[in-house]
Design a protein around this ligand. Structure first.
Ligand code: FAD
Length: 469
C-alpha cells in the first residue's frame, strides 16, 4: 500500500484531521525522552473515540498493519515509538475524559489519554487522592501508566499501577472491545484478565479506559532530608521507621551526595536540602491521615538518633522546604545529563539486599572504569534503585557510552545473583528484549509467548517490544 493509499484508508476510518503522515507533524511522536530510539512511521493516528480505535485495529488486523500504542510518550525503554518504520502509531491523546468519580467509594474511571496530573486533579476536586506520583506526570497518561505498570515514589504505601487498578477496557487485536471497567474490590470469577493488560506494554491490545482506586486525602505531610553514613544505615533506618510508622511512611528515597552536589552546581536547586554534608541521604515522608497525630516523623527520627543510625536531618518547615527536597529527588536523573553522558539501570532486589547491591555495583563499575562517578538513587523502600553512573569528569561522552556494555553486564550479573529484576518499573520495551530472554525463567518466557500468540496471532500489537521481532 502506498503512503497515499494508507492515508486515504486511515482518513476514511478516522477522519483526515486524525491522521498525520507529514514527517514534521509525526516528529513529536517518533522520538522518546532519552532520544535513544528514533524511527519513522507510516502514520500517526489520533482516534477520537473507542469505536474509532476498534475500527482502526480491526482494519490493521485484516491488513497485517503493525500498530504502536502510545499515550504520553514518556516511557524510558522505547516501547511507545516505532522500531522498523513500518508501524502506525496510535495516540490515546484524544481519549481524555473523566468518566466517573466516586470519592466515598474510592474509585475513578477515566479514559486512557487523561494525563496522570489531570487524574490527580479530578481526584483532588472530589476530595480524594490518586497516589501514583512520577516526575513525568504532566505528560504521562493513564493508558501508558497502566501498560508500563508504573511505580514512582509512593509504591511503598499504596502500591504500583497494577495494585491501583480495578479494571480496564481494552480493544483487542481483532478489534473487539473487552469491557472491564468495574469498581469491585472482590471479584473471583476466573482469570483476572486485567492483570494481563497492565504491564503488557501495548503488546496485547489497546487500553482505552480504566477504573482506578482512590484514597482519603492526607491532612498533611512531614518530610525530612536525612543524612546517613551509608546504604547499610539507610536500610536499618528504613526498618526502624517502617516498624514505627507503618503505612503512613509513604516515601523512603535514597540519594548520594554526588547527586546533590550536581544539582547545586548546575543550579537545579538553589538551596542545599541537607542539614550537613554526608555521603548519603534519605528523603522520608509521612502522610498524616485526618485527625492523625502531628510529629510522628520527628518522633521516629529521635529514636533513630538515639540508636546512632542518623547523623543529622533537615525537617521541612514549610511547603517550600518540602518542594525543594522533592525537586532534588525528582531532578536526580535529569541533572546527570548536564554532567555529560550517563549509563543507567532500573533494577530491583529484595529490600535487605539494597546495601549489598550498592557496594558491589560501585566496586564492579570502578574496577572496569576507575574514574566513573556512581549515582545510585531511588526507591529504597521498594528495593528499586536507578543505578546510574556519570562519565568521568572531562571524559569524552561518546567513548564513555561505547564502553557501557561491560558495566551493564556487571550490574545485571549482581542483580541476578541477588535474586533481583533487570527492570523494576520502566519495563522491557525495545531496550531490554535480549535481557528478558536471558533472565526470565524459560517456562515463564515460553508461556508469555504463547499468551501473546493466542491474543495477537498476527503480531500487529507493538511487534518487537517485550519480545524480539
Ligand atoms: C522524567 C521522567 C520520570 C519518570 N519517572 C518514573 C517513575 O518514577 N516511575 C516509573 O515507573 N516510570 C517513570 N518514568 C517512565 C514513564 O513516565 C512511565 O513509564 C509512564 O508510565 C509512561 O506513561 P506514558 O503515558 O508516557 O506512556 P508511553 O510512553 O506513551 O507508553 C509506554 C508503554 O505503554 C504502551 N502504551 C501506551 N499507551 C497505551 C495504551 N493506551 N494501550 C496499550 N499500551 C499502551 C506503549 O506502547 C509503551 O510500551 C519517568 C519518565 C520520565 C521522562
Amino acid at each position: 500500500m502506498t503512503v497515499l493509499d494508507l492515508n486515504s484508508e486511515l482518513s476514511g476510518l478516522l477522519g483526515a484531521e486524525n491522521v498525520l503522515v507529514a514527517p514534521e507533524r509525526m516528529q513529536p511522536f517518533l522520538s522518546e525522552p532519552r532520544r535513544r530510539f528514533h524511527q519513522s512511521a507510516r502514520a500517526v493516528v489520533t482516534p477520537r473515540s473507542v469505536e474509532y480505535v476498534q475500527a482502526l485495529v480491526a482494519w490493521a488486523n485484516t491488513n497485517r498493519q503493525p500498530l504502536v500504542p502510545q499515550s504520553g510518550n514518556t516511557g524510558l525503554v522505547g516501547g511507545q515509538v516505532p522500531l522498523t518504520g513500518t508501524e502506525v502509531v496510535v495516540s490515546a491523546r484524544h481519549l481524555n475524559r473523566v468518566l466517573e468519580v466516586n470519592a466515598g467509594a474510592g474509585h475513578i474511571s477515566v479514559e486512557a489519554g487523561l494525563t496522570l496530573q489531570q487524574t490527580h486533579e479530578a481526584a483532588d476536586a472530589a476530595g480524594a487522592l490518586f497516589p501514583l506520583t512520577i516526575a513525568s506526570q504532566g505528560s504521562a497518561m493513564i493508558g501508558g501508566i497502566l501498560s508500563s505498570n508504573a511505580g514512582g515514589v509512593q509504591v511503598l504505601s499504596y502500591g504500583n499501577a497494577r495494585e491501583l487498578c480495578l479494571g480496564v477496557d481494552v480493544v483487542l487485536p481483532n478489534g473487539e472491545l473487552m469491557h472491564g471497567l468495574n469498581s469491585l474490590r472482590k471479584n473471583n470469577t476466573g482469570y483476572d484478565l486485567k492483570d494481563l493488560f497492565v504491564g503488557a506494554e501495548g503488546t496485547l491490545g489497546i487500553v482505552v479506559a480504566a477504573t482506578l482506586k482512590l484514597f482519603p486525602k492526607p491532612e498533611g505531610y512531614e518530610t525530612a532530608f536525612i543524612s546517613v553514613a551509608d546504604p547499610e544505615e539507610a536500610f536499618a533506618l528504613f526498618e526502624q521507621m517502617r516498624e514505627r510508622l507503618g503505612t503512613t511512611l509513604t516515601a523512603f528515597e535514597l540519594m548520594p551526595r554526588f547527586g546533590v552536589d550536581m544539582l547545586l552546581k548546575h543550579g537545579v536547586i538553589e538551596r542545599d536540602p541537607a542539614a550537613s554534608i554526608s555521603d548519603w541521604y534519605v528523603l522520608a515522608e509521612v502522610s498524616r491521615a485526618r485527625g492523625g497525630r502531628d510529629g510522628a516523623l520527628l518522633d521516629a527520627l529521635e529514636g533513630a538518633f538515639e540508636s546512632g543510625l542518623v547523623e543529622n536531618a533537615a525537617v521541612a518547615q514549610s511547603e517550600s522546604d518540602r518542594e525543594n527536597m522533592w525537586k532534588a529527588r525528582e531532578s536526580m536523573s535529569d541533572v546527570q545529563s548536564r554532567e555529560g553522558a550517563s549509563i543507567k539501570h532500573d533494577v530491583s532486589v529484595p529490600l535487605a539486599a539494597v546495601p549489598e547491591l550498592v557496594t558491589r555495583g560501585i566496586a564492579a563499575a570502578k574496577q572496569i572504569l576507575p574514574g566513573i562517578r556512581p549515582c545510585p538513587f531511588g526507591h529504597m523502600g521498594d528495593g528499586n534503585l536507578h543505578f546510574n553512573f556519570s562519565q568521568p569528569a572531562g571524559a569524552d561522552p561518546k567513548a564513555f557510552m561505547a564502553g557501557a556494555e561491560p558495566i551493564h553486564e556487571a550490574i545485571y550479573a549482581i542483580v541476578t545473583d541477588l535474586g533481583g529484576s533487570v527492570s523494576a518499573e520502566h519495563g522491557i520495551g525495545q531496550l531490554k528484549t535480549h535481557l528478558l530472554q536471558r533472565v526470565k525463567d524459560p517456562v515463564a518466557y515460553a508461556l508469555m509467548k504463547q499468551i501473546k500468540a493466542a491474543i495477537d496471532p498476527n503480531n500487529i500489537m507493538n511487534p518487537g517490544k517485550v519480545f524480539d521481532l
